[in-house]
Design a protein around this ligand. Structure first.
Ligand SMILES: *Cc1c(COP(=O)(O)O)cnc(C)c1O
Length: 358
């Protein structure tokens, strides 16, 4: 606490991202980055723009990218909002929809921990609803009558860090049950085998679907995320954005994202490769005695009866392999491990084999 700080800062627990460190020979499986890198067309697009035009401000409305996304999802541009990473889009969502007096935001107890951080930052009371014992989300918990109504419902699908996913019908059930709340689905990992709710937006005026270019399109460094919803909700996000930063996406980010979106073959091929590697890694880890939650994401959530998550993470680190360990009590035994290339998965498996043997 510092006497020069704003009042709310000492009540704030900032989000802690997975580490980005320089260790020789490091295998980084802690932040769900994509091992294959972006489409080669992204590099071409960035190089083509790295000239005198950078003295100009970018397009504040990111028209080319918004149009490309609208076309990709068979939507109209007034149903698409882009931002500087989906984390920023989420921040705007909190500002635009969840500051409704005492009404609480409902979310799972185990989910992306940025949500409660934003709750603190934007003074949104959060009600954390426990997942079932198998870490699945019980739809009935979110459709039950409530007084007062929540201001909103927010969950990741597939969820992080569990990897478990709801079907599109289950998402629709929640949206239908809460017409006076904004229901937000964070689909950061949806391209690795889950059902997207984008097609539901046309039927649910209270539904917002958020996606990112950071995971399936391997552009975490470019910072591009987006939301899809009916025009009145998109209008609310634009109002917040234009009251905060008119130019959230640089010229390079806009052009790189368009190029990534256009290379459908690269996208499909690399997502398929990660899903195939995931199948192999599940088999290997189960053979080593791990419990592995069913994953629709580019990571696995696993635990081993013989060693704590903390110990396993520390032992992997000695072998220059980083994975993510969370301290919250319900998941402290678990590790979240990004699915890499087959060679990276093999290195992880061999490391576990040595650790568990000795
Ligand atoms: C990675 C991740 C994000 C953040 O994505 P950015 O677009 O890189 O900000 C959002 N939500 C979840 C659940 C994530 O895992």
């Amino acid at each position: 606490m510092n006497t020069l700080w704003s009042d709310h800062l000492d009540r704030l627990t900032p989000y802690v991202p997975g580490e980005q460190v320089a260790i020789p020979g490091l295998l980084k499986l802690n932040t769900n980055e994509n091992p294959y890198g972006p489409s080669p067309r992204v590099r071409e697009a960035l190089v083509a723009l790295a000239d005198d035009r950078l003295r100009l401000y970018p397009d504040p409305e990111a028209h080319a990218l918004t149009d490309a996304l609208a076309h990709h999802f068979s939507l109209t541009p007034d149903q698409v909002f882009v931002g500087n990473g989906s984390d920023e889009v989420l921040a705007h969502v909190f500002n635009a929809f969840f500051r409704r007096g005492d009404r609480a935001l409902w979310m799972p107890d185990i989910t992306y921990s940025f949500y409660t951080t934003y709750g603190q930052l934007f003074d949104v009371p959060c009600r954390e609803i426990p997942l079932a014992d198998d870490f699945s989300l019980r739809v009935a918990d979110y459709t039950a009558a409530a007084d007062p109504e929540p201001c909103g419902v927010l969950f990741a699908n597939p969820n992080a860090p569990t990897g478990r996913a709801l079907s599109r019908d289950q998402v629709a059930e929640i949206a239908r049950a809460r017409p006076d709340s904004v229901v937000v689905v964070d689909e950061a990992y949806v391209d690795f085998g889950a059902e997207s709710a984008v097609a539901l937006v046309a039927h649910h005026p209270n539904l917002v679907v958020i996606q990112t270019f950071s995971k399936s399109r391997a552009l975490a460094g470019l910072r591009v995320g987006f939301a899809v919803a009916q025009p009145p909700l998109i209008e609310a996000l634009r109002r917040v954005k234009d009251s905060f930063n008119s130019y959230p996406l640089g010229t390079l980010a806009q052009a790189g994202a368009v190029a990534a979106l256009q290379d459908v073959a690269w996208f499909e091929h690399t997502c398929r490769a990660i899903m195939d590697a995931r199948t192999g890694l599940v088999r290997d880890l189960v053979a080593l005695g791990f419990e592995v939650l069913p994953s629709h994401a580019n990571f696995l959530f696993v635990r081993h009866g013989a060693q704590t998550g903390e110990t396993l993470a520390a032992r992997l680190r000695e072998q220059a392999i980083l994975v993510r360990h969370f301290r919250s009590p319900r998941v402290a035994d678990f590790l979240r491990i990004t699915v890499g290339t087959p060679a990276q998965c093999a290195r992880l498996r061999d490391a576990f084999e040595r650790i568990l043997a000795g």
